[in-house]
Design a protein around this ligand. Structure first.
Ligand SMILES: [Zn+2]
Length: 219
């Protein structure tokens, strides 16, 4: 009788959860698997041999396997939450650095927070934030975005905050400091920041449809 024996790698589920699958492009559930070598006899695995060979994170939807490090990337749900918190924190910090009571600046700050997903954000909430937030923590809120935001996202972020600072007139030294610290945290250069601020202050040229009515045209 011929005895057929051998070894085979088998994956065993050790935990499950939610992660951001880069193949699917959205949050998915995953299974974290441990891979071990098994002794097989007549193709039937009998017992594991030696130490675990490694671990893999497997997307439950597309089946792609990733290294464990993929779990350190925030899910899009977590990322949106981080972004919402950071925009609001930065908006309030900018308002605090300028004229807190300026109507236009307050409404720009409210717009920024709402635009980032805090839809019910209003003036009362803003007043609360002004009294409650510890502005020295701004960096901690913004740091996670440096990895997750693309260049355009970073520019939009800075632009929104700059708009708040510019609403009550030219940027004051303390408002400039807030912008400088934000863009440094996001990895943007000082020149890049100047470019963003300049494009925020330069009025957009009216498009053809926005031109003056005919009766005001000079011939
Ligand atoms: Zn997937």
């Amino acid at each position: 009788m011929i005895l057929i024996w051998g070894f085979r790698a088998r994956a065993k589920a050790v935990s499950m959860g939610e992660f951001f699958c880069t193949r699917c492009g959205v949050d998915r559930s995953y299974v974290l698997q441990q891979i071990r070598r098994w002794f097989t006899f007549f193709f039937i695995p009998l017992f594991p041999v030696g130490k675990p060979l490694g671990e893999q994170v497997k997307c439950s939807t597309c089946g792609t396997s990733f290294a464990r490090e993929v779990l350190s990337t925030p899910t899009s749900a977590t990322f949106s939450e981080n972004l919402r918190g950071a925009v609001r924190f930065a908006a309030v910090s900018m308002l605090d650095a300028g004229d807190r009571s300026n109507e236009a600046a307050r409404s720009a700050a409210i717009d920024a927070a709402r635009g980032a997903g805090a839809e019910s954000y209003d003036d009362t909430w803003l007043t609360n934030d002004l009294g409650a937030l510890d502005f020295s923590q701004l960096g901690e809120y913004v740091t996670p975005l440096a990895q997750g935001l693309n260049l355009q996202g970073k520019e939009t972020f800075i632009e929104q905050v700059a708009r708040i600072g510019l609403a009550d007139g030219p940027l004051s030294p303390s408002e400039t400091l807030v912008l400088e610290s934000l863009s440094a945290t996001l990895g943007l250069s000082a020149a890049h920041l100047r470019g963003i601020v300049n494009s925020t202050t330069t009025p957009q040229l009216p498009s053809a449809g926005d031109g003056p009515p005919d009766e005001h045209r000079q011939n």
